[in-house]
Design a protein around this ligand. Structure first.
Ligand SMILES: Cc1cc2nc3c(=O)[nH]c(=O)nc-3n(C[C@H](O)[C@H](O)[C@H](O)COP(=O)(O)O)c2cc1C
Length: 167
């Protein structure tokens, strides 16, 4: 039986959804069984062996529905492989790791998850109308190569843990 993976994400404007889709596609190409779902559409994590959870960052925080998800499923996530990412930085500082909000850091420790991965984001013009400072940063900084490489590491880790079928 292939490992069942959930990739779930919280987004306001869609940039994080596309990152999650790319993670899902990469894991599928590694032979894993993968579902990619918006965080509000996930009722339970019990069907999955591993869960990848991501949120867009706004004003230094994760979207509230993502933090609620971590809290709501805390007990079950403790017994699953968990990876966390957040997406946000844009423009000249797009390669800077972003601080992990304290509550997310606490939960990540509970899940024994690897360090939260920062991915660069995309800032759409519609999101920053009339904000001169942010307008300068409009653009797409997402690094698909980095996203795929991170996903491949997850795939390799999960496949290494799969039971081998005897000949
Ligand atoms: C009002 C506003 C506040 C933001 N605050 C942050 C922030 O604190 N840290 C960060 O890294 N990115 C920040 N961003 C950038 C977003 O995280 C980035 O555009 C992200 O890719 C959006 O993801 P989404 O399309 O999935 O909602 C902010 C963007 C806006 C419009």
């Amino acid at each position: 039986m292939p490992t069942n993976v959930l990739v779930t994400y919280a987004t306001k404007l869609g940039a994080t959804a596309s990152i999650a889709a790319a993670i899902g596609a990469e894991l599928r190409s590694e032979g894993l069984q993968v579902e990619v779902r918006e965080i509000g559409a996930v009722l339970a994590v019990t069907p999955y062996d591993a869960v990848v959870i991501g949120s867009a960052i706004y004003n230094g925080g994760w979207l509230p529905e993502a933090v609620r998800f971590l809290r709501r499923h805390e007990r079950r996530l403790r017994t699953r492989r968990v990876w966390l990412f957040h997406s946000g930085p844009i423009g000249p500082s797009s390669h800077e790791e972003q601080p992990v909000p304290p509550e997310v850091a606490r939960l990540a420790r509970e899940f024994q998850a690897p360090p939260v991965k920062t991915f660069a984001g995309e800032l759409q013009a519609d999101a920053v109308l009339h904000d001169r400072d942010l307008e300068r940063l409009v653009g797409d900084s997402r690094d698909w190569h980095e996203i795929r490489a991170w996903s491949r590491q997850i795939g390799t880790t999960l496949k290494a843990a799969e039971p081998t079928t005897s000949p």
